[in-house]
Design a protein around this ligand. Structure first.
Ligand code: UDP
Length: 454
């Protein structure tokens, strides 16, 4: 897919963007690729055939806007890696014991990537590869191409983990549940970026929220998955929006836990009862992988009981579009960093329900530092799929947290005010002259001036 790719023009920098194939990584890196192309750079966005289908919308958007972005499909030999055919994305891994084979299989992209890079005259300016793609370091070294690392999570999370490693905290705690203070955190968290830059001893370019590349509804609607759209009860993307248009301003809670975390039926039921008791309007995204006959039966009875107060959407939802709807007044989120930033950008307060990885620290940042959310009360991680057995969060906790954000009381309104203020700052950061806009300008200039990789 070539669009307007201006392959031979040496006057323009050429970035080769290599995302990990997981929605929480591919989506922001595709946005970054669009942002770079929007600044006049040529961009090769590297992916595999199955993921190319999801990224096609980004490539089409670039082509329609006259941007120089090329989608490059490299073959991933799944069978050779012991994976089922087409298992090319973290959300397509059918069972936990295939995680390791999947991550090992990524190394098999090195040779096809080298062939692609060698065929580019002149040599690309710089590779920007995901932190989870360490094999790209050897590729860049062998071909003498500069390489920058894309970190999806926040500098706050990166700084905390750096400090934990430095102080050997992982060795010192007795078990997973022991709480401890993160050493060497600055008093004022807003200095995190500088502190991280100083501690890591490298340049850092904060360039987000990258979702703000998308100015119109069309781009927002197809972001991350141009093909599946919304059905099941919603009547297409338009159906959800029409439903939201009929609701009062800031009266709807949006419930969604990102692209990977899966909720088991017992937990789904507790969420349902909690929403019902809270009495709020809601849009609730239930993943395809969470569906079963039992789930469907329970949800359809629940939908009938809620009498039009809520909408359950099955499958992929246009999250950024939903968050931007004036009717949406709260977001129950797993606190993936993209989702967190997207809520901040929309000025929407959160009910935080972290599941794994950086999500617990993101939740702390939202609740304790920024004061734009309420925790639902999760203390234990549930990686990818919560363990069988009892629900981790009961209906009463769900109700309590939802009510405190959505009931129009002082606590919730204060959070909303702060969330809106932050949203304004986030949008300003991406405007010409804003901090992220200027950071991206520096990144492009610096990438052209860096010494070549060895
Ligand atoms: N997302 C979406 N629709 C969905 C689920 C997820 O648009 O139905 C997007 C969401 O807007 C975000 C990304 O997928 O950009 C998820 O990334 P995040 O870091 O929030 O969580 P992860 O999926 O990596 O756990």
């Amino acid at each position: 897919m070539d669009g307007n790719f201006d392959g031979q023009n040496p006057a323009k920098p050429h970035f080769v963007v290599v995302p990990l194939m997981a929605q929480g990584h591919m989506i922001p890196m595709a946005d970054l690729a669009l942002l770079l192309a929007g600044r006049g750079a040529r961009v090769s966005l590297i992916t595999t055939p199955v993921n190319a289908v999801r990224l096609r919308a980004a490539a089409d958007l670039a082509a329609a806007s006259g941007l120089s972005l090329r989608l490059v499909e490299l073959p991933l030999p799944c069978a050779a890696a012991g994976l089922p055919d087409g298992c090319e994305n973290v959300d397509l891994i059918p069972k936990p014991d295939l995680f390791h084979p999947f991550f090992r299989s990524l190394n098999l992209l090195a040779d096809p990537l080298k062939s692609y890079l060698r065929a580019q005259p002149p040599a690309p300016t710089c590779i920007i590869s995901d932190q989870c793609m360490p094999w790209t370091m050897e590729v860049a070294g062998e071909l003498g191409i500069r390489r920058l690392v894309f970190h999806g999570p926040s500098c706050f999370f990166l700084l905390c983990t750096l400090n934990l490693t430095k102080h050997n905290l992982y060795e010192k705690v007795a078990d997973d549940l022991e709480s401890f203070f993160v050493p060497e955190l600055p008093q004022r968290i807003e200095w995190c970026v500088d502190d991280f830059r100083r501690k890591v001893g490298k340049e850092v370019w904060p360039v987000g929220p990258v979702s703000l590349f998308h100015k119109d509804a069309g781009g927002k609607a197809v972001r991350g998955n141009g093909i599946s759209g919304v059905d099941g009860g919603g009547g297409g993307v338009g159906g959800v929006l029409t439903w939201l248009e009929g609701r009062e301003k800031e009266s709807v809670l949006f419930v969604s836990f990102g692209s990977l975390a899966r909720t088991r039926i017992k937990q789904l039921i507790e969420i349902g009862w909690g929403l019902e008791a809270a009495g709020t309007c809601f849009v609730w995204a239930v993943k395809e992988a969470e569906q079963s006959e039992e789930v469907d039966t329970w949800l359809s009875k629940f939908e009938q009981r809620s009498g039009g107060r809520g909408l359950i959407i099955k499958g992929w939802v246009p999250q950024v579009l939903i968050l931007a709807a004036p009717a949406v007044g709260g977001f129950m989120t797993h606190c993936g960093w993209n989702s967190t930033l997207e809520a901040v950008t929309a000025g929407v307060p959160m009910v935080t329900w972290p599941h794994f990885a950086d999500q617990f620290l993101n939740s702390k940042l939202v609740v304790e530092v920024l004061g734009i959310g309420v925790g639902v009360g999760v203390n234990l991680p549930s990686f990818y799929q919560a363990a069988e057995g009892a629900a981790m969060v009961g209906r009463d906790e769900v109700e309590r947290a939802v009510v405190s954000v959505m009931d129009g009381g002082e606590e919730g309104e204060e959070m909303r005010r702060r969330a809106k203020e932050l949203g304004k700052k986030a949008r300003m950061a991406m405007e010409k002259g804003g901090s992220s806009y200027e950071s991206l300008t520096r990144l492009i200039d610096d990438a052209m001036a860096l010494p070549l990789a060895q």
